[in-house]
Design a protein around this ligand. Structure first.
Ligand code: 4GX
Length: 225
């Protein structure tokens, strides 16, 4: 999807190798931690030099600068939506155990994609790129972007079915074949609430639920007791 979006001119992506901006003749971008300890740290100069060479003075950068780290703010759909409004984003990431604290000062926002530790920030950066770019108008098809709107309500999705009507003894729920659009809407909403109640109860606190939702959720709770 992002490859097509690039071809269509909907987004521009480029990768900068900060090794090309290392100061020493040996092009080393990492060094031992002051105070001792295991592991090498990413040095500040290659990152600062790369930034200035490619993007100009930090204070003149028009977009947001992101740093990928497990210590960051959890990356959520809400954050993806706010980043999708920016015309420019820069993401700092590296394949190192850690980075010199002064690199943090280049960033507007430190983001984490989850509570686990990876070997580098490249995959987290790609996760953020994917999550943000799919929200750029035109990147997803008409159908998919309409769906994306409905996923933004903070609930888990209801179950989906396609043909065949029966498979290995598992039937498509009758309501979905009924042609009754109001009944289908109510069923989907209820099953969405059920999934959220059963799998991610924490999400219900942040979801804005209508009076109808509250009634459906009551029914779900009674059924799931
Ligand atoms: N959510 N990692 C960060 C440390 C590092 C080294 C050099 C920048 C430069 C992660 C996560 C994550 C691994 C990215 C360690 N960062 N990032 N890297 N979870 O695990 O975002």
């Amino acid at each position: 999807m992002l490859g097509r979006a690039r071809e269509q001119g909907l987004l521009r992506l480029s990768v900068v190798n900060f090794r090309d901006y290392a100061e020493s003749k040996h092009k080393n971008v990492d060094d031992e931690p002051y105070g001792g300890g295991a592991g090498m740290l990413l040095k500040p100069e290659p990152i600062y030099n790369a930034f200035a060479s490619v993007l100009g003075p930090r204070e003149a950068y028009p977009g947001k600068v992101l740093l990928m780290s497990p210590q960051g703010t959890p990356f959520t759909q809400r954050i993806a939506e706010s980043l999708a409004k920016e015309d420019d984003l820069a993401i700092l990431c590296g394949h190192y155990e850690g980075f010199d604290e002064r690199i943090r000062h280049l960033a507007d926002m430190e983001l984490s994609i989850g509570d686990y530790v990876l070997t580098g920030g490249e995959l987290p950066a790609m996760v953020v790129i994917d999550g943000v770019c799919r929200l750029i108008p035109g990147v997803l098809g008409e159908d998919a972007s309409h769906q994306a709107d409905s996923y933004a309500d903070g609930l888990l999705e209801h179950p989906h079915y396609t043909r065949p009507r029966q498979y290995l003894g598992m039937d498509v729920p009758d309501v979905l074949l009924s042609g009754n659009h109001e009944e289908i809407r109510l069923w989907r909403r209820k099953e969405s609430l059920r999934r959220t109640w059963l799998r991610r109860r924490d999400l219900l606190a942040g979801a804005d639920l209508s009076a109808e939702d509250m009634k459906l959720l009551d029914d779900v709770k009674r059924e799931e007791e």
